[in-house]
Structure formats: C-alpha cells, structure tokens
Design a binder for this molecule. Structure first.
Ligand SMILES: [Mg+2]
Length: 187
C-alpha cells in the first residue's frame, strides 16, 4: 500500500464554506456559501483530501458545546452530500485565553494563526504540506497556512473583504473560484 504523502486542501469553515454567523451553534442557521458544496465535490473527484480547520473558541468560552458543534457539522455534511461532496477530516480548536478550564490557553499551538491543526492533520493523514493549500477569509488563515508550509488563498466572503490580499498566493471572490484557480495549478 502506498504511503506517499498527498497534497490536501485545508478549508476554514465560517466565512469560507458557510456564511459567517457569530458563534454559529444552531444547525438551522447554517447557510452554505453559494457553490461551495460543488467546489468541494470537485476536490473529492480529484482524490484531493479536504480538511476543515476551524477555530471554535465559543466552545472554550462556554457559548456552546461539542454537541452543538457536531450538530452544525452534521448539517453541513448533509448539505454537502446533496452535491455528492464530503469533508475528509475536521479539526477544531476550542482554545482561547478567555476560555474556561483546560481550554484556557493563550496562543495555543492549534489555534489559528498557529499552524498546529494543519501539522497534526498532516501527521495523522500523511499529507504533503508543501504542495497543499489553505483557503480562508481571515489573516489568521493565511498565516496558519503559510506557517504550515502551504500555499494560501484568500476568499472575499465572510471577513475576506476586509483583508489585505497581498499576503496570499491567490485571491478569489469565493470558494468555487478559489478551487478553480487551485486546480488550475495543481501539481
Ligand atoms: Mg473564517
């Protein structure tokens, strides 16, 4: 069996896959970015691992819990499945300096802009970070991807209209365009 590392596409969740909602915890409020599910399906069809990496300090701060997070992700999986799309792995960081208990960690290595979630995903799934991409709507996504050794793409959805795109390898209106551009230069 081949264990050759594979390049992946890492995706931020809120503002990248789905419309930004402050501390999203209700599956009923989940709205996908137009074309996002089809874009994920295109990556799936190429055999490219799709990994979600999402800061979820709302869990650490007690605004919602892992069950709420799982319910939102389950709803997202259902909406993706309608377009024959799927996410291969999900990483979430509940840490925050103002969090409670064990999650009260300032600058935790897994909280973006730190690259810990990407590094762990690479170790657990045999991913080639140097040929992988990170796509997100915030500076912290670009920084996390860069520090993990990935190429980075900014989408203008979510908070993306407020970000200086000069730090990105590519800038796209939204996830479908980002996937088009990434696939056009896929190794
Ligand atoms: Mg985001």
């Amino acid at each position: 069996m081949s264990t050759k590392p594979r390049a992946a596409v890492f995706l931020d969740r809120d503002g990248t896959l789905n419309e930004e909602v402050d501390f999203l915890s209700d599956p009923e409020l989940l709205v996908m970015i137009p074309g996002a599910a089809t874009a994920v399906a295109r990556l799936n069809a190429k055999g490219i691992p799709v990994v979600v990496v999402t800061n979820q300090s709302g869990i650490g701060r007690g605004k919602y819990d892992w069950g709420d997070f799982a319910a939102v992700m389950s709803r997202m999986e259902d909406l993706l499945a309608l377009e024959n799309a799927r996410i291969d792995a999900v990483y979430a960081s509940p840490h925050h300096e103002k969090a409670r208990g064990e999650y009260a960690v300032a600058d935790h290595p897994e909280r973006k802009p730190n690259p810990g979630m990407l590094l762990r995903a690479a170790a657990e799934h045999g991913l080639d970070l140097s040929h992988s991409w990170m796509v997100g709507d915030k500076d912290i996504d670009l920084e996390a991807g860069r520090r993990a050794g990935c190429k980075v793409a900014l989408v203008r959805t979510g908070y993306g209209s407020q970000v200086d795109g000069s730090a990105a390898d590519l800038v796209a209106a939204s996830l479908p365009e980002a996937v088009d551009l990434i696939l056009a230069q896929w190794p």
